[in-house]
Design a protein around this ligand. Structure first.
Ligand code: SF4
Length: 521
């Protein structure tokens, strides 16, 4: 919501020279400490699970907070009307979502009330892609709506303690930042459980019901998080407490009730792509994850935690190469490396509490090295080299049969990565890769493109399963008979180790034979 400010330059005393009009960037009106009780913080951009847990962390700190409604197709139209026509599809969708919410509220309560009642909190960064300019699009849309006085604030991704923001109503301190990060990590591991379970559930709908119950349980856990001060005390507590692992063990206990049939052969589809598009579950990406499950596959979802992990690495690389202005680069490098180890260890503690069913975080150095021949790690913007790295990681480690890369229309970083993937496919022609361009309004085209690669992935999943049955001499009937005597293997919380194949059912058969001693009938 920049504005033109007229400066009277009559010092020139030249009537022919028009007054100079300087551009001034949007600055929100203050959000004061006294307004906190009657002001609701709006936020969004992740899945409903992550957002509900984040809401718990915000309520815990006595903020009123509400996620925006899940993205819908009409948000695309609302966004297109009000912002730059060349904007990328995630910018259009997320701006449109805010616009539609505010339009409804204005109709109900009037502009003055909406300006008083709400502020919008969004992540921000400085970077070569439009992510660094989202707030400018929001500001432009607010201007178009006649809501110049509406307040939006940026939560920088790289600072845990940014202090009081624009009037003290919002204090971006350690308890807030750690609460939000921990809720994201918990949201990630539970989402991994969800996608590993639903395709194999015996009673349709049970996974979703248990999931809902677990998210509400975790909401309460975040809402009742104990207070340990604003600085180091709260940091130390988050890093050492078993408060969250205990809560996740309760999630695991609830999950135990779900019975699964892992002999259903399904291709595993690893979702990669632009951050917002790959994380989103809704019409912003044609509900592609649900569609893939309906098409009889198992989705490997992208955790937000990988992105947060990625953000640490450019700083570490700069310090390693002494391309930093730090006075003590070695010390800072060691500190950051220690922080990285603590971060991964925390994620692993959460995974362990859920029986190690959620996938491990990929090693960032390995992602960089895998991508190196095709995409330089210093090319930032979007997910940078990670798209190449993740595809090759899944391929080499046999984590998935195919990669579905969700690329937003009008996104420069993703266009570069798709170009580089042509080179990767030249070198690894058997890597099944489906780059899907998402415009928001070309669903049939996008899904049918995905379906072509998925057909091949299904054949591979079936072929490897039959190969293992043949080699082991085991039949499906024999497996079901074995399961009757070992009911624990049909629980959703039972961990099937990776046995070198991409498919869950293939690894399952090998595990029964090699580790549990199941013999030929
Ligand atoms: S990565 Fe692409 S889609 Fe995402 S914000 Fe940047 S330009 Fe837009």
């Amino acid at each position: 919501m920049g504005q033109l400010v007229t400066i009277d330059n009559n010092r020139n005393a030249n009537a022919d020279v028009p007054p100079v009009q300087h551009y001034q960037a949007y600055r929100p009106r203050p959000f004061t400490r006294e307004q906190r009780e009657e002001t609701t913080i709006l936020f969004g951009g992740l899945t409903w699970k992550h957002e509900r847990l984040m809401q718990g962390a915000l309520h815990n700190l006595k903020y009123k907070a509400e996620p925006l409604p899940n993205i819908a197709r009409q948000d695309l139209d609302a966004g297109k009307e009000l912002i730059d026509v060349g904007a990328c599809c995630p910018t259009i969708f997320t701006t449109g979502s805010l616009v539609n919410f505010l339009k409804t509220e204005v109709k109900l309560h009037g502009k003055d009330d909406v300006n008083k009642k709400y502020v919008y909190l969004t992540a921000g960064a400085c970077g070569p892609c439009r992510f660094g300019q989202y707030h400018e699009s929001y500001a432009m849309a607010l201007d178009g709506l006649g809501l110049k006085d509406f307040r939006l604030f940026l939560l920088a991704q790289d600072e845990l303690d940014q202090g009081e923001n624009g009037g003290g109503g919002l204090d971006i301190n350690m308890p807030l930042s750690l609460g939000l990060i921990w809720s994201i990590l918990c949201g990630d591991v539970i989402t991994d459980m969800e996608y590993a379970t639903r395709p194999y559930e015996v009673n349709p709908g049970q996974t979703d019901a248990v999931l809902k119950d677990c998210i509400e349980h975790m909401y309460t856990v975040f809402n009742q998080r104990p207070d340990h001060g604003k600085k180091l005390g709260t940091l130390a507590w988050h890093l050492t407490t078993n408060y969250f692992t205990k809560a996740l063990r309760e999630v695991r206990r609830k999950w135990d009730a779900i019975e699964v049939d892992r002999t259903r052969v399904k291709p595993r589809v690893k979702i990669t792509g632009e951050f917002w598009l790959q994380t989103h579950e809704g019409e912003g990406n044609y509900n592609i994850k649900q569609w893939l499950e309906r098409e009889d596959s198992e989705v490997v979802p992208p955790p937000v935690a990988v992105w947060l992990h990625y953000l640490m690495h450019p700083v570490i690389r700069k310090l390693e190469h002494r391309h930093s202005t730090s006075k003590y680069p070695k010390r800072d490098e060691l500190l950051l490396q220690a922080l990285e180890r603590i971060y991964v260890a925390t994620y692993n503690r959460f995974r362990k509490a859920l029986g190690n069913i959620p996938n491990e975080l990929p090693d960032q150095l390995e992602l960089k090295n895998l991508a190196e021949p095709f995409y330089h790690f210093e090319l930032r913007g979007g997910e940078g080299h990670m798209l190449i790295g993740k595809a090759l990681y899944a391929y080499h480690h046999k984590k998935a049969h195919m990669i579905c890369e969700l690329s937003p229309y009008s996104c420069m970083p993703n266009t570069m990565s798709i170009g580089s993937m042509a080179n990767v496919i030249g070198k690894y022609p058997d890597l099944l890769y489906a780059p899907i361009e998402v415009k928001g309004d070309a669903e049939v085209h996008a899904l049918s493109r995905c379906q072509m690669i998925l057909t091949e992935a299904k054949k591979r999943a079936q072929a490897e399963f039959e190969e293992v049955l043949r080699k082991t001499g085991i039949t499906l009937a024999a497996i079901h008979e074995f399961e009757k005597h070992h009911p624990e293997v049909r629980r959703a919380t039972y961990k099937v180790p990776h046995k070198g194949y991409s498919g869950t059912s293939t690894n399952y058969v090998l595990h029964l034979v090699q580790d549990l001693g199941m013999a030929r009938a």
